[in-house]
Ligand binder design. Structure first.
Ligand SMILES: [Zn+2]
Length: 237
């Protein structure tokens, strides 16, 4: 893949038609079109290490900012590294229904850290979420989560090093940990995120949905049996 800006200020990108990402505004995996490219003259005069380019999301028209690393300043072009950084990343989606208020508040903040690329802060927030969940569920719940984590490892084939780090992040406490808090890399943070979503789903959302569904079934069954008529008593009217 080669990307450069030529002397006529045109962005030439051989994979331009394949350039797609999850838009931070509309959350759609969309093609993006360059709309703001810095001029060759300005770049050649200042030779910045990084170059920002503004794109337009083809799905929602909102601006998407990408940062490229300048590779070579040549006489007729500025070559850019093919890899870019998304300045604003799409937020992670999660349904918070059925989560206790404290867990919801902490996990929302954890997701904000993840979206901002603050992975150590994300790991620390995940530990706080886990502690709030364990405090809510008690010792039996903690064991349940532990078993679920082992299940995820087996199902998804998580490597032993990543798994050990995720376990240490969730089950050790600050100050008690035999080793320092693990510092997750991008992949490990991604695994941790999936583990957290699965844990919260299993512990709260699945149970909440099931109880809700059973309540609806009971309501219709009772109604069919004709014993769901609640007498309305008016007082004082
Ligand atoms: Zn969009």
């Amino acid at each position: 893949m080669s990307v450069h800006i030529d002397v006529n200020n045109r962005l030439v990108h051989d994979q331009e038609h394949n350039l797609a990402l999850t838009c931070p505004h509309c959350q759609v995996l969309s093609h993006i079109t360059p709309v703001g490219v810095p001029s060759y003259a300005t770049l050649a005069a200042n030779k910045p290490k990084h170059i920002g380019i503004v794109y337009r999301c083809d799905a929602c028209n909102e601006p998407v900012f990408l940062r490229f690393t300048a590779k070579v300043y040549a006489a007729n072009r500025v070559e850019l590294a093919s890899h870019y950084v998304e300045i604003e990343r799409a937020r992670e989606k999660f349904t918070f229904t059925y989560l206790p208020e404290e867990v919801e508040e902490l996990f929302k903040e954890a997701l904000n850290c993840y979206t901002a690329g603050c992975l150590n802060a994300f790991a620390s927030m995940c530990r706080r979420v886990a502690q709030a969940v364990f405090a809510d569920l008690g010792e039996a719940g903690k064991l349940q989560v532990y078993d679920q984590l082992n299940e995820v490892r087996d199902m998804a084939g998580v490597d032993s090093e990543t798994f050990a780090d995720v376990k240490a992040i969730l089950f050790s406490r600050d100050g008690e940990s035999p080793a320092p808090m693990p510092k997750p890399d991008t992949y490990q943070a991604g695994v941790l995120l999936e583990v957290m979503k699965d844990m919260l789903y299993q512990v709260y959302i699945r149970k909440g949905r099931m109880q809700q569904a059973m309540m609806v079934r009971r309501f219709f069954a009772d109604e069919a049996a004709g014993n769901n008529v609640t007498p309305i008593t008016r007082t004082g009217a």
